[in-house]
Design a binder for this molecule. Structure first.
Ligand code: HEM
Length: 360
């Protein structure tokens, strides 16, 4: 009898343990949060393999760095940071106008990094996390700016072209529109100004700023044609490069930061303060007192900007992520896993049907 009772107590304790463990795992699945060192036990070399892939690609083509920084932003603003920007397909985000200028070298880098981590630990590291790590590594390579990346994102299985247009801010946005759009993504006005500092790096195609160069073509006078918030000398230079009928398929590009075009630093703000911001959205930071105060502060303090830029990237990287048992770990970053592709297609059809229904 004594034996029976002790066995019963042991079994009850074990059962309780199992229940507590399952409940906590369930809770982690539903409400889990991103963590620094997420792959420490499951794929300890993940971050270094990705870093290696980024620096190899950077040695061949330094454009991969601005390409990855921008791609992470474009991923997070549309359906959260879920790797949806990476999916191939007829009507996916990458076919949308703002994403046509994302760099193929950056998409290729994600494939290379994924191949490297899959070889060592298959099915563990999400494409959304690879992109977040690679964006951090790009900032480090170009400006020595770095931060710890909380990870644990999972990949989504939807990507819809029209959502890129409605969620990504266009370069024609004014201050209010910029603040509002970033607020929708859980980012403050200060974080918007911090993150705009990424325009200290990389290039732009003409179509993103030609409207600022040819405002009043009936008057053959440089000042009349130029957006008054753009430096006249800079506008003359840009007009020599870009015809008024530039479009999204033209390949001419210009570097965005005239002062230190290949370094991620705070010189973007110096440019903006001297009417050298390339887009209307860049120059918009000078049009509202609180934003202007941030521009002046970040121009005056490079270290403060770099630290806060990293923190703002972390904050952006948390937006609407899939965690726990939501989403999946894609095997190939360009396609949803086979098991989910049918249900994704059906969901896609339903969303489109619903949209059409709404339009009736
Ligand atoms: C504030 C709102 C923003 C607007 C309106 C905007 C718009 C643009 C546009 C129009 C381009 C040029 C694309 C082209 O024609 O090739 C560009 C480039 C770029 N953007 Fe932004 N952007 C914004 C915020 C951001 C943020 C938050 C980041 C990253 C944290 C970012 C990173 C970049 C980078 C690195 C490039 C250069 C890309 C390359 O060289 O391939 N931008 N952006």
């Amino acid at each position: 009898m004594a034996n029976y009772n002790s066995l019963r107590t042991k079994l009850t304790t074990m059962l309780k343990l199992v229940v507590v463990l399952s409940l906590s795992l369930l809770a982690a699945g539903v409400n889990g949060e991103l963590n620094v060192g997420f792959y420490q036990n499951t794929c300890p070399n993940a971050e270094s393999l990705i870093q290696q892939a980024v620096s190899d690609a950077f040695a061949n083509n330094s454009g991969v760095a601005p390409g990855l920084l921008r791609m992470h932003f474009h991923d997070c603003f549309v359906r959260g940071c879920d790797g949806s920007v990476l999916l191939d397909g007829n009507d996916t985000e990458k076919t949308s106008i703002p994403n046509l200028s994302l760099r193929s070298v950056a998409f290729d880098l994600i494939d290379d990094a994924k191949t490297a981590v899959e070889k060592e630990c298959p099915g563990i590291v999400s494409c959304a996390d690879i992109l977040a790590f690679a964006a951090r590594d790009s900032a480090n390579l170009t400006g020595g700016v770095t931060w710890d990346v909380p990870a644990g994102r999972r990949d989504g299985n939807m990507s819809i072209a029209s959502e890129a247009l409605t969620n990504l801010p266009p370069p024609s946005f004014n201050a209010t529109q910029l603040v509002d759009r970033f607020k929708e993504k859980n980012l403050t006005a200060e974080e918007m100004v911090l993150l705009s500092g990424a325009h200290t790096l990389g290039r732009s195609h003409c179509v993103s700023f030609t409207k600022r160069l040819y405002q009043n073509t009936s008057i053959p006078d440089s000042a009349a044609q130029t957006d008054p918030t753009l430096s006249l000398a800079y506008a003359d230079l840009l007009r020599n490069l870009c015809p008024s009928n530039s479009n999204a398929t033209d390949t001419v590009t210009t570097l965005m930061d005239l002062i230190t075009p290949n370094t991620l630093d705070n010189k973007y703000y110096l440019g903006v303060m001297n009417n050298l911001g390339l887009f209307k959205s860049d120059q918009a930071l000078m049009t509202q007192d609180d934003l202007l105060a941030f521009v002046q502060e970040f121009n005056a303090n490079a270290t403060e900007w770099a630290t806060k830029f990293g923190a703002a990237m972390v904050q952006m990287g948390r937006f609407d992520v899939l965690e726990g048992t939501n989403g999946e770990i894609r095997t190939n970053c360009r396609a949803v896993n086979a098991a989910n592709s049918n249900s994704a297609t059906v969901k896609n059809l339903l969303i489109n049907m619903y949209r059409n229904y709404e339009e009736w």
